[in-house]
Design a protein around this ligand. Sequence first.
Ligand SMILES: [Zn+2]
Length: 150
Amino acid sequence: MKCPVCGSMDNKVIDSRPTENSAIRRRRECNSCKNRFTTYEMVEMTPLFVIKKDGSREVFDKRKIMTGLIKSCYKQNVKNEDLDALVDDIEAELLNNLRSDVSTREIGEMVMVRLQKLDEVSYVRFASVYREFKDIDTFLHAINQLRSKN
Ligand SMILES: [Zn+2]
């Protein structure tokens, strides 16, 4: 468990108690910077399924989002840690919603909202694959939308 302040992995549990939703709440203290933070430990839920365009289902795998992102960000000045954070953020949002399935389209939209803030070129590349731009007009439309937001 990593300290959110200094990133140290060295910490001790100072208090543990159960919560209402069958999770264990642990109060931890970082041995490096003495920061105190709380973690929740819970039994793994039923896996989250991704519904693909053809209607088939597969277990959610955040590495697949990462693969798409890495392609879109090729040679762009985007930090790996920012991409990691983006993917973790999406995963956390999906898990917190306690849903049993999500469509690839929804995931794509979640990626785009975040990627747009990170890097516009990568965003347009990602969107062109995800929204399946079929001609130059759709492409220009996306770019104009981006421009009008700035
Ligand atoms: Zn610390």
